[in-house]
Structure formats: structure tokens, C-alpha cells
Design a protein around this ligand. Structure first.
Ligand code: GDP
Length: 373
């Protein structure tokens, strides 16, 4: 197909003739072996925008699928969708919830989310699943999760695609938050497994970060050594029911004491440690009351807006990084040269810094003005 017949994917609103509104035909290339892939279905972006603005969950789900699409042809549509919805976003509270597998995150979110829906709030739940790209397994699990919440008309639950790389999942989560906010969800809960990688990314995209723990699971398992505690604004020890209550209370006190030894970034906010039971729902409201208190505090100190700014900047740098990676990996000459240089680096013929510079030059990312004499 000749490019001349292809309309441009995107023209800015009110864009005049100064914009390249015609695609220039390129040199026809022989197609690689095999039949051409079927063209992805066209997306009705205006209908999606209207649906999402109206709070329609089906349109929201479709919009998220568009954003998650890796097809090049969907990118322009996804960008148009995001641009149109961006002005409507930003009004929700973004709350991250992390904890070791089995800590009770989904049970907690089910209980908390249902209670928030009861009080008239619209709640979206997104999960960031750092599943292994090798095993394609899902840490968050395939079990039926959040059964009560999933039945509420004012709730929206979206699991992350499993098997993806953590950075990519996190990128799409940011965009998904934007869409949920534009759809009128007032509370966005972002769930992630505390295994040391995804929670750092999630912490960068939420206003308040909650760490869910259990009694006697050991510091190592709960990520204490990995510094998750230092990221948390609120901590809660879950499963405070039945005979477990006493153990939960002693774990709670231990954490309260231990927190004094952690470096706290905000002098005026000492992360509270609570006990709750997601099964009986005892204490869950109190945990939410702390979230509300934290948001009030962060608003009063200006920290809320500061965090929002750093969330946006973190989003931008994640996109830039990804774009650079993709642009780099897409260049044929770079791919070939990389293979060659990798061999040279392995055999010790050239140094890694030299090889890296050669590759960046070949990709046109740095100027060739630094040649060794
Ligand atoms: P996640 O992996 O962190 O999402 O944990 P789940 O929510 O799937 O819970 C793991 C297990 O702990 C399940 O069998 C839950 O029923 C149980 N569980 C979760 N919350 C509580 C609680 O508050 N009390 C008790 N006794 N069990 C709980």
C-alpha cells in the first residue's frame, strides 16, 4: 500500500496548513517473508471519549485496552484519547496498597472498596503485577478476587496484563489512572505485590502509600529490609481476628517501635501503624480514616501538590526512557553493530564504555565528536 493514500493519524485541533497534514510516500520496501499481518481494527476514539466521560465502564475498559495495545497503529489513537481526557483527570485520590503475597491485599481492598461504595464513592482498583516475564506466572493470582466489590455498579476492577515487564505495566497503570479519573472515579486503589520492584514504581504514582502486613511473617518476607517501610505513609497489620489478635497487636507494637529507627522524609507525619481484619472488616474503616487524615495533612503542607508534580515528572521520564529504548532497538544498523560489539566486549577486545559509545553514535543519540585519537 502506498503511503500517499493513508490519511494522517493525528492533526492537532485547529491545526493549520503549517502542520504536515499529508503523509509523504516513502520508497516501497520488499515485504519480509510471510503474509502481511491483518491490520488492527480501527478505533472510534470520539465514541470512547464520550463513553468514558459519561462514566461508562465498558467504554473505560475498552479505552484501557487501547492504551495497553502494543500495535503501532493504536498509539496515535491512544494518545488522542489520553489528550482529550487529561483535562478531566486529577480529581481522584490515588492510593497505593502493597504487601507480601498472602497478606490479604485483595480481601482488604474488597472490604474497603465495598465500604467506600456504600458511602457513595466510586472506586477503581488497578493492579500492578510484577509477574515474571520468563514464567508468565502471575503473583497476584488467577483466583477469584474481590467478589463483593466486583458486583458493585460503582466499582471498576482492572487487573494488569500478566507476563509484562514491570516498567511497561507501570507505564500503562499511569495512563489507566488518568482514564479512571476522567470516568469520574473518586478513589483509585493501586494494588501491587511487595516483592521489591513494582512498589517503588507504584509509590511514584500515588498520593498515599499503604503497607499491609501480617503477624510473625518475618521481616525479610515482608520487605522490611528492602526499604518498603520507608515508602509507606500508613502501615496496617492485617488478620487481627480470632486467636491471631494478640500476635497482631505485638507485631503492631514492634513496627511502631521500629519506625523510630527509619528515616522519615516528612517530620510532621509519623506513619501510623494500625491493626485490622479484612475478613471481619474490623479496623478497616479506621485505616481509611488515616488515609483521609494523611491527605488532609499533605494538602495542608503542600506535599500533595508536590507529589503530584513529581508523579507527572516520573511519568514523563519513564516514557522518555522507554521511547529511547524503543528507538534504539528499532535501528537495524544498531542491532547488527550491537551483536558485533557484544562479542568484542565478551572476548575483551574492546571495553564496554567504548562499545556503548559506538552504539549510541550509530543510533544518532550522541555526536561522533569523541573518537579516540
Ligand atoms: P493477597 O495475596 O495479599 O491478595 O491476599 P488475599 O486477600 O488473597 O488473602 C490471602 C488469604 O488470607 C486468603 O485465604 C484470605 O481469606 C485470608 N485473609 C485475608 N484477610 C484476612 C483477615 O483479615 N483475617 C483472616 N483470618 N484471614 C484473612
Amino acid at each position: 500500500m502506498h503511503a500517499e493514500s493513508t490519511p494522517p493519524d493525528w492533526i492537532p485541533e485547529g491545526g493549520g496548513p503549517e502542520f504536515a497534514t499529508r503523509m509523504v510516500g516513502g520508497v516501497p520496501r520488499p515485504s519480509p517473508a510471510g503474509p502481511a499481518p491483518a491490520p488492527p481494527r480501527a478505533v472510534d476514539v470520539p465514541a470512547l471519549i464520550d463513553g468514558i466521560k459519561a462514566g461508562d465502564r465498558v467504554a473505560l475498559a475498552r479505552g484501557i485496552t487501547l492504551i495497553e495495545s502494543r500495535a503501532q497503529v493504536h498509539r496515535a489513537a491512544a494518545e488522542r484519547l489520553l489528550n482529550a481526557l487529561m483535562p478531566l483527570s486529577g480529581n481522584a485520590w490515588r492510593v497505593g496498597i502493597t504487601g507480601a503475597p498472602g497478606a490479604g491485599k485483595s480481601t482488604f481492598i474488597d472490604t474497603l472498596g465495598s465500604s467506600l461504595c456504600d458511602s457513595g464513592r466510586r472506586v477503581a482498583v488497578l493492579s500492578v503485577d510484577p509477574s515474571s516475564p520468563i514464567s508468565h506466572g502471575s503473583i497476584l493470582g488467577d483466583k477469584t478476587r474481590m467478589e463483593n466489590l466486583s458486583r458493585r455498579p460503582s466499582a471498576f476492577i482492572r487487573p494488569s496484563p500478566s507476563g509484562g515487564e514491570v516498567g511497561g505495566v507501570a507505564r500503562r497503570t499511569r495512563e489507566t489512572i488518568t482514564l479512571c479519573e476522567a470516568a469520574g472515579f473518586e478513589i483509585v486503589l493501586v494494588e501491587t505485590v511487595g516483592v521489591g520492584q513494582s512498589e517503588v514504581l507504584v509509590r511514584e504514582m500515588v498520593d498515599c502509600f499503604l503497607l499491609l502486613m501480617i503477624a510473625g511473617a518475618g521481616d525479610e518476607l515482608q520487605g522490611i529490609k528492602k526499604g518498603i517501610v520507608e515508602l509507606a505513609d500508613i502501615l496496617a497489620v492485617n488478620k487481627a481476628d480470632g486467636e491471631n489478635r494478640i500476635r497482631v497487636e505485638s507485631t503492631r507494637l514492634e513496627f511502631e517501635r521500629a519506625l523510630h529507627y527509619f528515616s522519615i522524609s516528612d517530620e510532621a507525619w509519623h506513619p501510623p501503624v494500625l491493626a485490622c481484619s479484612s475478613l471481619s472488616s474490623e479496623g478497616v474503616r479506621e485505616v481509611w480514616a488515616e488515609v483521609e487524615r494523611f491527605v488532609r495533612h499533605a494538602n495542608a503542607t503542600g506535599q500533595f501538590i508536590e507529589r503530584r508534580h513529581s508523579q507527572s515528572l516520573a511519568w514523563l521520564s519513564a516514557l522518555l526512557e522507554q521511547g529511547l529504548h524503543e528507538a534504539f532497538a528499532a535501528k537495524r544498523e544498531v542491532i547488527a553493530l550491537r551483536r558485533e560489539l557484544e562479542l568484542e566486549v565478551v572476548t575483551g577486545n574492546v571495553s564496554a564504555p567504548y562499545a556503548a559509545r559506538r552504539l549510541l553514535e550509530a543510533a544518532g543519540l550522541i555526536m561522533e565528536n569523541n573518537k579516540p585519537q
